[in-house]
Write a protein of this length. Sequence first.
Lengths: 538, 257
Amino acid sequence: MELIEKLGILADSAKYDVACTSCGVERQAVKGQLGSTSTSGICHSFSADGRCVSLLKVLYSNACSYDCAYCVNRRSNDTPRATFTPQELAELTIGFYRRNYIEGLFLSSGVLGTPDRTTELMCEAIRLLRQEYGFRGYIHAKAIPGTSDELLVRLGVLVDRLSLNIEFPSAQSLSVFAPEKAAHHILPPMRFVRDGIKANYQDKRLSAVRRTRFVPAGQSTQMVIGASPESDYQILRLSAELYRKLEMQRVFFSAYIPVNDDPLLAGVREAPLLREHRLYQADWLMRFYQFDVDEIIDAEHPFLDPLIDPKANWALNHMEQFPVEVNKADYELLLRVPGIGVRGAKRILVARRERRLDFDDLRRLNITLKRARLFVTCKGQMDAGVLFDPLTIHKSLTESARRRLRRQDDGQLSLFEGEAADSATAGNLPMGDSASGAVGGADSAAAIVTAAAATTAAAATTADRAAGTATVAAAAATADRAAGTATVAAAAATADRAAGTATVAAKASPVHPATLPFSARFAPVPSFADSDALACIN
Amino acid sequence: MYQLRYLCDGTLEGLLTAVFVAFRQHECPTNIVIDEATQASLFDSDVPIITDLALAERVRDGIIGKLGASAYQKVKECFLAEDPSRGGTILRYLRYTMRGGHRSLGHLAAPAVAEAEAIIQRVSTEAHAMIQFARFADVGSGLFYSHIRPRASVVPLIMGHFAARFNVQPFIIHDSRHQLSGVFDTERWWLVEGLPQALSLPTVEEDKFQELWRCFYQTIAIPERRNPVVQRGFMSKRFWGDMCEQRLHYQRRGDEV
């Protein structure tokens, strides 16, 4: 088989793997050897789907002996199969690297017979690249679940980053969709890698250079979103645990794209890309913005709002903390302002040592004021023309999202037909409450609660919580105004619910509509604490 | 309105000499014109500055002594921009910071500092884009060649990165927009005006790797996730002409240079 043909097959099989980062380790160049790495990573291209191309991402082989329901390379799929030789892979990597196409290699593989044999082959390919070719670029390898600890060590000292895919947010889903993989094949190796990384620093006999020898860039993992019935709440709680207890560098989410005609996955029609986007936003809040997972999402609203990003959502639910005075607020509080990021907050801290900042100064600091101006004061003043009112702010923040939804749904009226409401989004409405989220797809009487009305309910909730004194009547009135097109009855009903006097009990189980066909199989989704995936993490 | 301008010879030394003159004469020229092509205005009073290496070095040492090497690096980066008013920006930046000392480098909201930082930001973004998107081609006898057209003269800023990383291969990075080349011979790198030598055509080996890379690049995209807006946001189309994975697309539009 021609090399280009192989590359086509093995890149195609690897493309659903998300991780393509080259960050986490700084390795200076050495005279006479090719390559270096940089802490922040370098993206060398962006593919037509907008994803970064940083590493040569291929499988060693796609001739897999497993039969996982969600995977393109499953044994029962009739696809062309190929396997690299170590030389081919090394020459390809070096050839691309010398032309500045890539930062290094991302090597995964289907299971060739047994996990141990597969890992041995991968080790040999990477050893050749590192030792014979003297390659000092970045290498990210996938550990195959079920590999022995000795082989993990062999692999770990050759690569920069190791990752094991947790694949699904709960052990139940894993056992349904990937019967040959089990939680006990995934979590113990993760712990093993974590302990190995810790040992790098503890072994005082190693010199400073050699101290970070085992997986110096840390480990990462990924899970499929939307194929199984877990809520965003469960997913984010799990990733928080993965960061905290297993010291993951990254947890990646991958919106499930229907690739197989498996009866298990018959309900998934299109990839929940918006949901994936919101999860990543929440992930960023946890990693860089000092948010706790419980601040982002709670069991009562188990899905993130498709209309508004999680940071703005938090702000709207905590209006008592705003507006923030940019000249006084500490770093942590500045980070909480929608529109101010890590870089902006740091620039503010530096700049305000010299002068008390006004809005023109903020513009000079390159702070995007479009959102931030709604939440900050400068020298005690709001920006000109800003009305500090939760409903107004909510409306202006969600305006473009609502317009987009309306366009998608082909006209505003169709929003009112439960069916037409976009399956990927209507079911996700978390702020309305769990009932409106669940029934959106469940075809009950409340299914006519539209995206707009649910938003209104959300706004009413916010207003209510923030003001604390809003009467039911007022909430109803404002809800009505914000919805604009909602019928008075509907608005009144939602506002009523928001005000806490609802008679409709919001007890429906939080099931993602895209996965409703499973509800029978999965009956009530077990609460996260019961999930044995969590129990395995210590 | 009458405006005082200094004209310098387009070199960093010329600019630093002009800065020295402005400080000595207690003058505030509205701009130090670096590019010769800038049009003279009828009512402006243009003072030509004769480059003096000794004065330039005094200014350089003064900046490094008072503000540190990183401030001098900032002046150099600002100088590499294409902005025709950058000479004046640098002068105002230095007037402000030399008076205020090291701390004043952090006065990010002060107009003199903010103006310079904005230009520096653009230059370093452009330099990073070249580190990401420059493509090298094997043009025979082990020499690698890269053609770039950045919107700032960033070759001096990126040579160090490539010289360290690719220290086993001689290469040339040629910026045709600014007529500047960086040359590396596996020992050290230097700058040359224009293109230092005639190049042969890409080798057969090179064609093979470009073909493989195009195959990989096209395969790795997931059709169901197509998102050209995000793609362009991260990788502006103006770079595509020099990136071999985009070349097919580019030729179709007939924009090849």
